[in-house]
Design a protein around this ligand. Structure first.
Ligand code: PLP
Length: 412
């Protein structure tokens, strides 16, 4: 595929209109939307409105709906409704709340309570560190549970009737490898275990279908492919069949059936809404609401198809231009991966630093991975083509081999 073919693909891209509404600095090829989605101009405008008009002028009255606009109090539910199609769920199965880390805790606690006689929280060694830390913290708190971390390709072999819950991240943050979520959920159910899926590296880029998977609980991040903005609230999914029995360990007033009755006793709200807890973060929820509104007309299948095309194009160009200098560690079968491609290089950190200096922004995961995200609403085919040309130049000239590029950074 040459550059002219990439230009033609971009001209025919049904998602091209979205790219035009993103406020990227000029000269930047942004391949890190899997870590922090970019700012859309309409999102910036919405946040300005919320700050200056809803907060500045409306003050506390903005909590309630008025003739001019809906109220802040319904914002979590409105955002849940916009998010639901992106994960194949119904709106009342989603609560938009807290961080992914907190939602992992709440989901695992709920699953453990639903399986009181089983000791094991099963996960894999490819899981994102916070998910494993949180699981261990919960196990220590409960006292009678154990976190079992097994090799990622052997998860199914470790399912037995000790397992209360299997928790995995759908797309591996390092390699981009995708678990067979439907198959593993069925295998977990066969031994009587529940599942908690972390969709942080899937939602917004892939056509996730929690109903089709028969998933029990799930969580996910909204500041990655959903472009909700730094630290935007995460989400938790609770399948309808668990609505009557699933309970949250954080029984907060916003998860109460009637928060403003100020009743002395806790009465959980119906559905996933009981997993809300405290006052919602209105500013960042509003940014997420606006970002989700922009993609209301996008079919997740279209997004996934574009991610497949972009990642395949990247791998093809890497093969064509980079010989054996890097190893593609992401599965070459597009159905086995998410919307990222990782390359192994012994000096990955310095190489990424040199790339960023040239305007190609990806990231680095220790010890030796260069990671590139292909957010389907953000990245164009020409971006992929040009990024590989810059990477070839950086490697060919050893431009990365300077003390500045080798120096460590706090956030990678
Ligand atoms: C990004 C990510 C998180 C982030 O959790 P926070 O609580 O938002 O910091 C958690 N889990 C996975 C798998 C992620 O990819």
């Amino acid at each position: 595929v040459d550059r002219a073919a990439c230009e033609r693909a971009d001209a025919d891209d049904p998602l091209a209109g979205h790219r035009d509404r993103i406020a990227l600095p000029s000269g930047v090829i942004y391949l890190d939307g899997n870590s922090l989605g970019p700012l859309h101009r309409d999102v910036a405008e919405r946040v300005r409105q919320v700050v200056e008009v809803e907060w500045g002028e409306g003050l506390i009255t903005s909590w309630n709906a008025s003739a001019l606009r809906p109220g802040w109090v319904d914002l979590p539910a409105r955002v849940a409704a916009k998010l639901a199609p992106w994960v194949g769920a119904d709106a009342d199965e989603i609560a938009v709340v807290d961080s992914t880390s907190v939602d992992v805790f709440k989901a695992l606690a709920a699953a453990c309570r639903l399986r009181p006689d089983r000791r094991v929280i099963l996960t894999d060694d490819a899981n994102f560190p916070t998910d494993i830390y949180v699981a261990r913290g919960l196990a220590e708190l409960l006292g009678d549970r154990e976190v079992r971390v097994v090799p990622t390709l052997e998860v199914a072999d470790h399912l037995d009737d000790d397992v209360a819950v299997l928790t995995l991240t759908h797309v591996d943050y390092r390699t981009g490898r995708r678990h067979d979520a439907a198959g593993l959920t069925a295998a977990a159910h066969d031994v009587g275990a529940l599942t908690v899926w972390d969709l942080s590296h899937s939602t917004g880029a892939l056509a996730v279908d929690l109903h089709a998977w028969s998933a029990d609980l799930a969580v996910g991040c909204t500041y990655k492919y959903l472009d909700g903005g730094p630290g935007s609230p995460a989400f938790i999914y609770v399948a309808r069949r668990w609505h009557d029995r699933a309970s949250t360990p954080l029984q907060g007033w916003f998860g109460h059936e009637h928060p403003f009755a100020f009743a002395p006793d806790y009465e959980p709200a119906a559905g996933a809404a009981r997993f809300l807890d405290g006052t919602p973060p209105v500013l960042s929820l509003s940014a997420l609401d606006a970002a989700l509104g922009l993609r209301a007309d996008v079919d997740p299948e279209t997004a996934e198809a574009k991610a497949r095309w972009l990642t395949s194009l990247f791998v093809e160009r890497v093969d064509a231009r980079l010989d054996d200098e890097v190893e593609v560690v992401t599965p070459r079968d597009p159905t086995q991966r998410g919307a990222q491609v990782s390359l192994r290089h012994p000096q990955a950190r310095a190489v990424m630093s040199a790339l960023i200096e040239r305007g190609v922004i990806g990231d680095h995961r220790p010890p030796d991975l260069l990671r590139f995200g292909f957010s389907p609403l953000v990245v164009r085919s020409v971006d992929v083509f040009d990024a590989v040309e810059v990477l070839a130049e950086v490697l060919g000239t050893r431009a990365w081999d300077t003390p500045e590029h080798r120096a460590p950074r706090t956030v990678t």
